[in-house]
Unconditional design. Structure first.
Length: 192
């Protein structure tokens, strides 16, 4: 993934986060206030670990963050549990059996970009759909799903699909996400 060395990159470095993506989650949480102390959070596509570290700080000692990725994390804390796995091959029931119900599922997953906008979009939706599939099975009623997607023709249909499981679905573009980037986030509130 291309490293953008802008204001957010240096800010993240200074504040001890391994990636500038921290500010996208932080902005979303400051707007919607969905992460709280004591919560159990599943973070899909968590490496190198900025979201995990931020969520781990917010949920605190009584909470827990289960962080899954193909690659390892550069962060650690007693309330973080890392799992090396491919989301496309996981069995959601396994999470439920091991950790019980989650209050929040995050997905910042992104495909390895090919340079073909349409292909990257389809792959992003495929990852987001896998995250949704996990979220609807592990979230407690009322739970939150916050997920990255690349813009493209299948996004309106995917948004509608999510609407069948959540009370409201909002599209969010953080200021810290570059304007030229096709990424957007879906904030899905109230698992029904
Ligand atoms: C933008 S990065 C996530 C950054 C992270 N949220 C942070 O704040 O440090 C996207 C991540 O998605 C992961 N990813 C992509 N496809 C995946 C898959 N099939 N299963 C698990 N993780 C995947 C990549 O390995 C990569 O670490």
């Amino acid at each position: 993934m291309k490293k953008v060395k802008d204001h957010y990159f240096y800010k993240a470095k200074k504040e001890g986060y391994p990636a500038r993506s921290i500010y996208k989650l932080k902005e979303a949480n400051e707007k919607y206030r969905f992460l709280r102390p004591g919560m159990v959070v599943l973070d899909l596509g968590a490496a190198p670990g900025s979201w995990t570290k931020y969520a781990s700080k917010v949920v605190g000692r009584q909470g827990r963050v289960i962080a899954l990725d193909l690659h390892g994390l550069k962060v650690n804390a007693p309330n973080i549990k890392y799992m090396k796995a491919d989301v496309l091959g996981v069995e959601p029931g396994e999470f439920y059996q091991r950790f019980g119900r989650f209050q929040v599922v995050l997905s910042d997953m992104a495909p390895r970009t090919s340079g073909r906008k349409d292909l990257d979009h389809y792959r992003s939706i495929e990852l987001a759909r896998s995250a949704l599939h996990i979220a609807i099975q592990v979230l407690e009623p009322g739970g939150i799903f916050f997920c990255k997607v690349f813009e493209g023709e299948d996004l309106p249909g995917f948004r509608k699909e999510i609407g069948a499981y959540f009370r409201s679905v909002r599209l969010f573009k953080p200021k810290s996400s570059r304007t030229e980037s096709v990424e957007k986030f879906l904030y899905c509130q109230g698992r029904e």
